[in-house]
Design a protein around this ligand. Sequence first.
Ligand SMILES: *[C@@H]1O[C@H](CO)[C@@H](O)[C@H](O)[C@H]1NC(C)=O
Ligand SMILES: *[C@@H]1O[C@H](CO)[C@@H](O)[C@H](O)[C@H]1NC(C)=O
Ligand SMILES: *[C@@H]1O[C@H](CO)[C@@H](O)[C@H](O)[C@H]1NC(C)=O
Length: 343
Amino acid sequence: MMVMKSQIIETTLLALVAIATCAPSSNKPPFLNLITKQNDKLYFGTATNNVQLNDTAYAAILDDSRMFGQITAANSMKWFDTEPERGHFTFQDGDVIRDLAKRNGQLLRGHNCVWHNQLPDWVANGSFTKPDLLDVVKTHCGTLVGHYRDSWDIVNEVLNDDGTFREDIFFNTTGSEYIPTAFHAARAADPHAKLYANDFNIEGINAKSEAYRNLIPQLRKQGVPIDGIGIQSHLIVGQLPTDMKENMEAFTAIGLEVAITELDIRMTLPETEELLEQQKKDYATVIEACNAVKGCVGITVWDFSDKYSWVPGSFAGQGAACPWDENMKEKPAFFGIVEGFLG
Ligand SMILES: *[C@@H]1O[C@H](CO)[C@@H](O)[C@H](O)[C@H]1NC(C)=O
Ligand SMILES: *[C@@H]1O[C@H](CO)[C@@H](O)[C@H](O)[C@H]1NC(C)=O
Ligand SMILES: *[C@@H]1O[C@H](CO)[C@@H](O)[C@H](O)[C@H]1NC(C)=O
C-alpha cells in the first residue's frame, strides 16, 4: 500500500513538473493576444529588454503567445547598440529578442532606424556633409531592415509638437531628405516589411498629428514607401485625448495602417485605488478606440510590468503605468484592456 501510494504521488508530481515546465502554467485566461485576434486585429504585443529575460516570472508571461503575439525590442535594435562604430554592425542583443519572438511564434517589430536619441557618439557628434550623412542613414536602415525584416519604425519622432521638423543632426545636415532616404533603403532591403513613422503626442487631433497627415501623403506622392503611422501612446491617467478614434480614422482615411506602438498610462505616485480604477478606464478607452477603427492593426504596451517600466526613470515621481504590477500580478488596467474589447 505504502509503495503504491508513494508511486502515485511520484507520478502525480512528475506530471505536475511536466506541466510546469512545458506550459506557462502561471498564466490563465483572459489572454490579451487571443482576445485581440478574436477582434480581427493582428496582435497584442509588448516591448521587452534583454536584461530582464532571466526573470522567470516575467518570462513566463512574455513567452506566452496567447498573451503577447508581438514583441518590440525596447532598446537593443537602436543605433547605439546596432552600429556603435561606422559600418560595424552588432546584432547580438537584437538577435536575442528576434530569436525569442521566433521561438514563441510572435511577430517582431523593429525599433528603430532613425531617431535623434540613443545615438552612438560617432553619429551624434559627427560632422558630416549632406551626402555623407544620407549615405550613413541609407546603410544603417538598409542593413537593419535587411537583417530583421517584419515591421519597422523607420523614423521616430521627426516632428515637434507644433508640426515643424525636429532640428536634430539629421535635419540640420540634410533637411528632411533623410526621411525618404531611410524609407527607400528599408524598402530596398525588404520589399515586404511594413514601414512606419512613429511618434508621441499624436494620439489626438492636434498640430502634430495634422502635420503628419500633410507630410506623409506628400512623401508618398513622391514615391516614398510609408505604410503606417505608429501612435506611441505614452499617456497620463485621467488626461486622455477625447478624439483618439477620430484621429486614427483620419490616418486610415489617407490610406495608412495605424498601430498603437508604445502604450502605457502613467500616474503621479503613490498609486491609489482611485487612480488604478481611472487607469483601468483609460486603458479600456484606448483599446475601444483602436477596436473601433478597422485600420488599427495592433496594440503594443511599452513593457507589461511596472517592474521594468521606463516611466519612473524618465518622469520623476511618476510610475505604475503598466497593466501588470511589479510582482507580475494583473492590475485593474489589465482587466480594462479586456473590457475595452467588449466595447
Ligand atoms: C539577469 O541577468 C542580469 C545580467 O546578467 C543580472 O544583472 C540580473 O541580476 C539577472 N536577473 C535575475 C532576476 O536573475
Ligand atoms: C557628444 O559630445 C558631448 C560634448 O563632448 C558629450 O557631452 C555627449 O555625451 C556626446 N554625445 C554622445 C551621444 O556621446
Ligand atoms: C540644429 O540646429 C538648431 C538651429 O540652429 C540648433 O538649435 C540645434 O542645436 C541643432 N541641433 C544639432 C543636433 O546640431
